[in-house]
Design a protein around this ligand. Structure first.
Ligand code: CA
Ligand code: CA
Length: 220
């Protein structure tokens, strides 16, 4: 038993840049499987299971892509045109306008959040050198952000420790409790390709992880 445990621990240790993923099994929260039925304010409908949209001259569309994937049968493809002064969001989660976007594999209130300390996802970018903003929205509707550089045109895992998220100072919803602390459960995550840029990026395998940091994790 002990030997078995030890070998599983060794197998569970993966070197990922400056971080080590511990043997705690990552929890898949979104694999973008099944029909992707987008909706957003640009569509005039609040149905669908992705909350997405754009403004200020930017545009975005989302699709299921069964040619590119990390897990399951498909990933989420985001086709975007990010203009200076514009904005984009592609969100999945709860407490947002498109109720069907609450389509995580596990509901936030059913997750043992104290077992995890990082948010992870896989991205296939275009090696544009431009940035993706990853936002999480906490239980009291406060937005936190982490900037990810698109530095690869291959599938790449991005792991962001919760403590590396910074509270958004440029915008918060009026009804957010702005206490600058991540109040669990996290209810939603969203992607925003930052201007100026255009392209097609894929996302898959959104997970919660328990990682041990061996060095500063920021890659800005
Ligand atoms: Ca998938
Ligand atoms: Ca908060």
């Amino acid at each position: 038993m002990r030997k078995l445990l030890l070998s599983s621990v060794i197998l569970g240790i993966l070197m990922l840049g400056a971080m080590t993923v511990l043997a705690v099994e990552p929890l898949l929260i979104d694999g973008f499987e099944g029909p992707i039925t987008p909706a957003g304010i640009t569509s005039g409908s609040m149905s669908g299971n992705v909350d997405y949209g754009a403004g200020g001259g930017a545009s975005v569309e989302v699709y299921a892509d069964n040619a590119e994937k990390v897990e399951g049968k498909q990933s989420l493809k985001v086709v975007f045109f990010a203009m200076p002064g514009g904005w984009i969001w592609v969100a999945r989660g709860y407490n947002i306008d498109v109720k069907g976007a609450g389509a995580w594999a596990v509901k936030p209130q059913d997750i043992k959040w104290d077992q995890y300390n990082a948010f992870g996802f896989w991205m296939k970018g275009t090696n544009s050198g431009k940035q993706l903003a990853l936002d999480i929205i906490d239980a009291k509707k406060e937005y936190f952000r982490y900037m990810v550089k698109d530095d690869s045109d291959q599938w790449k895992q991005v792991i962001v420790p919760f403590k590396s998220f910074e509270v958004r100072t440029d915008w918060q919803p009026n009804n957010a409790v702005k206490n600058k602390v991540i109040d669990f459960p996290i209810m939603t995550y969203q992607f925003e390709p930052r201007p100026k840029n255009e392209g097609e990026w894929n996302f898959d395998k959104v997970e919660l992880l328990n990682v041990k940091e061996e060095a500063p994790a920021k890659t800005k």
